[in-house]
Design a protein. Structure first.
Length: 220
């Protein structure tokens, strides 16, 4: 199915993508070998050096890229019968796509660093991906979707019993370890004793080690 990666690139209009690429001297977002190997090992795939990559990529854009690549009508306006275009900014944290012969691999990475995953947010994105790719990930011929979570620790308490099989091969979500530097801090409002309070008239800082528990657990 030619044209998917080209469509993904055409829809990629996030200012942050161009700013980060320009700032780092990597305007095409070329993935480094170490990262490609790490993702490839988790998903049992081989990601080429010239793979397309983007951040904060809208799920609407993913569906549109697939649809347009498979559409043979050359129409300009399309009926949204199934509601797969939602006109929201719901996105995938990081997207990788590449052609491998006749197959197009699409890799979706959801990441958390010092905050926890929420089951509500994950379930919403998983449902969108299910609607696009199907339970078996085979709604589009020659398109192979992959999903992985990226975080400092493997998350627990994620409710995956009803997730599509392609998202959790072998009944587990593929996980990629993210390195986070020590010494990170956050600010919280508090009372005069330092106890956290949304209405507190004081504030204090909390160091990163105190946040470690929050990055593993998925909340409702």
């Amino acid at each position: 199915m030619p044209g998917i990666v080209e469509n993904l690139s055409a829809f990629n209009r996030k200012e942050r993508f161009f700013l980060v690429g320009m700032a780092l001297g990597n305007p095409e977002f070329k993935l480094c070998e170490q990262f490609r190997n790490k993702v490839g090992e988790a998903l049992h795939i081989s990601i080429p050096e010239d793979a397309f990559a983007a951040m904060d990529y809208h799920l609407d854009w993913i569906y549109a890229s697939l649809f347009l690549a498979s559409d043979k009508t050359k129409a300009q306006v399309f009926l949204n019968t199934e509601g797969l275009v939602t006109a929201t900014q719901e996105d995938i944290d990081f997207l990788i796509a590449y052609q491998d012969g006749n197959a197009c691999h699409m890799v979706f990475l959801e990441a958390k660093g010092v905050m926890g995953f929420t089951n509500r947010q994950l379930q919403s994105k998983v449902e969108r991906l299910r609607n696009i790719f199907g339970d078996g990930g085979n709604n589009y011929p020659d398109v192979i979707p992959h999903f992985a979570i990226v975080s400092p620790k493997r998350p627990i308490r994620i409710r995956t019993s009803e997730w599509p099989t392609w998202i959790k091969p072998n009944r587990e979500i593929p996980w990629i370890k993210m390195s986070i530097p020590a010494g990170l801090r956050r600010i919280t409002r508090c009372d005069e004793t330092g106890k956290a309070s949304a209405k507190g008239k004081w504030w204090r800082t909390i160091s990163y080690p105190s946040l470690m528990g929050g990055i593993r657990y998925a909340t409702p």
